[in-house]
Design a protein around this ligand. Structure first.
Ligand SMILES: [Zn+2]
Length: 318
C-alpha cells in the first residue's frame, strides 16, 4: 500500500482570514528517459484514478522534458482529477476554467487530469477547446509552458506568464521582467510568519511536532517548505543539492537554501529531541548572514534556537 501524504496549502493573502486547505496526495516514482532534476517531485491526489496516475505523471514528465527545470530548485507537481478540479480551484480562489495553476511561494504547480486523458467522461474537453482552441498534448504544452513562466520568474502576472511561456516554446532564454520586484514583495509579505510554510510528506504527528518546534524557536528566517522524504529520495536530493557531502555520508536533514526547503530523511530521524536539534541547525543556515552555507555560522544561530527549545517559557533576555 502506498503511503498517503498531505499537502497543506496556506493562503495568507489576508492575514485575518488565512485559510488552510489540505490536499491528500500520493508520491509518484517514475523511471524513464525524461528524468527531471532531483528536486522535482510528482504527486497524484489520493482520489486520482490509480491506473492513470503513473501514466499521466509520465506524460507530464515527458511534456516538461524539453524545458530546463533547474531554475525551479525544489518544486512539486500535483495531479488532480477533473471531477474535483473546480471545487478545489474555487476553494483556493482561482479560476476553475484554467486547467493548471501554481502556488509560487510554496513551489507547487497543480494540473487537472483533462490535460492527460481527454476521453475521460469527466473531462472538460468542450469547455477547454472553446477557451483555448486546443486539446490533448498541444494544450498540455501550452499549460506547462505558461506555468513554467510563472514559476521560473516567480511572477503572478498572467500576460507576462503567457509571454514567458511563448518564449520557452520558441526555445528562447526566459528574461524575467517582473520577478525582482515580486520576489522582494513575496519576501516582505510572507516574513516573518510562523505559519506560511508548507510541511510535506509528514504524518499529522510529525507535522504538529515540526510546527510546534519552529514556533518555539522563533527563527529569524522561516523555511518555505519542510519535506519529510523517504530515504532513497533523500539521498537523491542530498546528492543533487549538496555536492560537497562526502560519498557515503548523509545526515538526517539538510536545507536547499535557494528554495528555503528543509529536507528531512523520514527513515532516519530518530526522536523528537534529535529532530529539534537538527532542525535548529537547518534554520541556522537560513538565518546566518542571509542564507549562509557555512556550518559554523549555522551552528552559531542554532545555539540560540536550541536554548529556546530547551526552555520554551523563558523569555528572550536580549
Ligand atoms: Zn497563469
Amino acid at each position: 500500500m502506498k503511503t498517503s501524504l498531505l499537502i497543506v496549502v496556506l493562503f495568507a493573502a489576508c492575514a485575518a482570514q488565512a485559510q488552510t486547505h489540505t490536499i491528500r496526495v500520493v508520491p509518484i516514482h517514475l523511471d524513464g528517459n525524461d528524468n527531471p532534476p532531483k528536486g522535482i517531485q510528482f504527486f497524484c491526489t489520493r482520489d486520482y484514478d490509480h491506473q492513470h496516475c503513473p501514466q499521466d505523471a509520465a506524460a507530464l514528465q515527458h511534456a516538461l522534458a524539453p524545458y530546463s527545470l533547474d531554475p525551479l530548485g525544489a518544486w512539486s507537481f500535483v495531479l488532480v482529477p477533473s471531477y474535483s478540479w473546480k471545487y478545489l480551484v474555487r476553494s483556493l480562489g482561482g479560476s476553475p476554467v484554467s486547467p493548471a495553476f501554481s502556488i509560487l511561494d510554496q513551489h507547487i504547480t497543480v494540473l487537472e487530469s483533462s490535460l492527460f486523458f481527454p476521453s475521460d467522461t469527466n473531462s472538460r474537453n468542450e469547455e477547454l477547446l472553446l477557451t483555448y482552441g486546443l486539446i490533448g498534448p498541444a494544450l498540455l504544452d501550452l499549460a506547462v509552458t505558461h506555468e513554467l513562466g510563472h514559476c521560473i520568474c516567480l511572477d503572478t502576472d498572467e500576460s507576462r506568464a503567457d509571454d514567458y511561456g511563448r518564449g520557452l516554446r520558441d526555445k528562447k532564454p526566459v528574461y524575467c521582467i517582473g520577478s525582482a520586484r515580486l520576489v522582494t514583495a513575496e519576501a516582505t509579505t510572507h516574513e516573518p510568519s510562523a505559519n506560511s510554510y508548507t510541511v510535506l510528506g509528514a504524518t499529522p504527528e510529525q507535522e504538529a511536532l515540526v510546527r510546534r518546534q519552529i514556533l518555539v524557536m522563533q527563527p529569524s528566517t522561516y523555511p518555505l517548505r519542510v519535506l519529510f522524504v523517504p530515504h532513497w529520495k533523500y539521498i537523491d536530493a542530498a546528492r543533487a543539492f549538496r555536492p560537497h557531502v562526502p560519498a557515503g555520508y548523509a545526515s538526517a536533514m539538510f536545507t536547499h537554501l535557494p528554495s528555503r526547503s528543509v529536507f528531512i530523511d523520514s527513515d532516519r530521524y530518530v526522536s523528537d529531541d534529535s529532530l529539534g536539534y537538527c532542525l535548529a541547525h537547518e534554520l541556522g543556515h537560513l538565518a546566518a548572514n542571509a542564507n549562509s552555507a557555512s556550518e559554523g555560522d549555522a551552528d552559531k544561530a542554532a545555539h540560540e534556537y536550541r536554548k529556546r527549545l530547551k526552555d520554551p517559557h523563558k523569555p528572550d533576555a536580549h
